[in-house]
Design a binder for this molecule. Sequence first.
Ligand code: B16
Ligand code: MG
Length: 213
Amino acid sequence: SVKGLIFDLDGVLVDTAKYHFMAWKRLAKEHGIDLNDGYAEPLKGVSRKDALDILLDLTGISMSGVEKLRALNKKNSWYLEYIMDIDESAVFEGVLEFLDLVKSLGYKTAIGSTSDNSSLILECTGLTRFFDVIIDGYKVSRPKPDPEVYLVGAKELQLEPSECVVFEDAVAGVNSAKTARMKVIGVSKTGKLEGADRVITTFAGLDEKILDF
Ligand code: B16
Ligand code: MG
């Protein structure tokens, strides 16, 4: 049975995926390319470095090794600029209520993010206190879709992967969790997310029945 819940952060609990994309757009713009919304999904949920490679691949922009390092730094400093004033209001509707509910029911909880900026975001939004375990980019070396982040999450919760359910908004993250042999609840405004076992459009009004597998 389900004993642990592992949450991706960006785009699941907090509305930050849009800032990652804004920063990638700004980078592409410097190279004369307008990124339309179709680029959002392939860039989502993968590491900063992998996202840059995907961006270069999809747009045909070419960069030397040094230019890539500079681009990664720029992207992150723009992203940090966008999230500088982030607070409780960035937490998606219904998230606090759902976290309160599952904690009161005794579920163990973890963050499973590969972002280096996770702890900053969790602190600024007041979410840190809800989690028994926080796995972020500093704790794991292999980015999603590798299963490492979710496997380490289960391990630190002292649970088997089969006892964990993952909440994800990105295809790379769904694949990471599926490879870790966990159930995945997709979080998507469109109600669709490739590979997820079920999909929710919001946490608002959600209760523990969603965890019945
Ligand atoms: P950073 P997640 C991921 O976080 C983001 O979804 C992804 O867009 C980002 O490139 C990656 O973290 C690395 O983040 O550049 O902040 O270190 O979805 O695993 O919470
Ligand atoms: Mg995400």
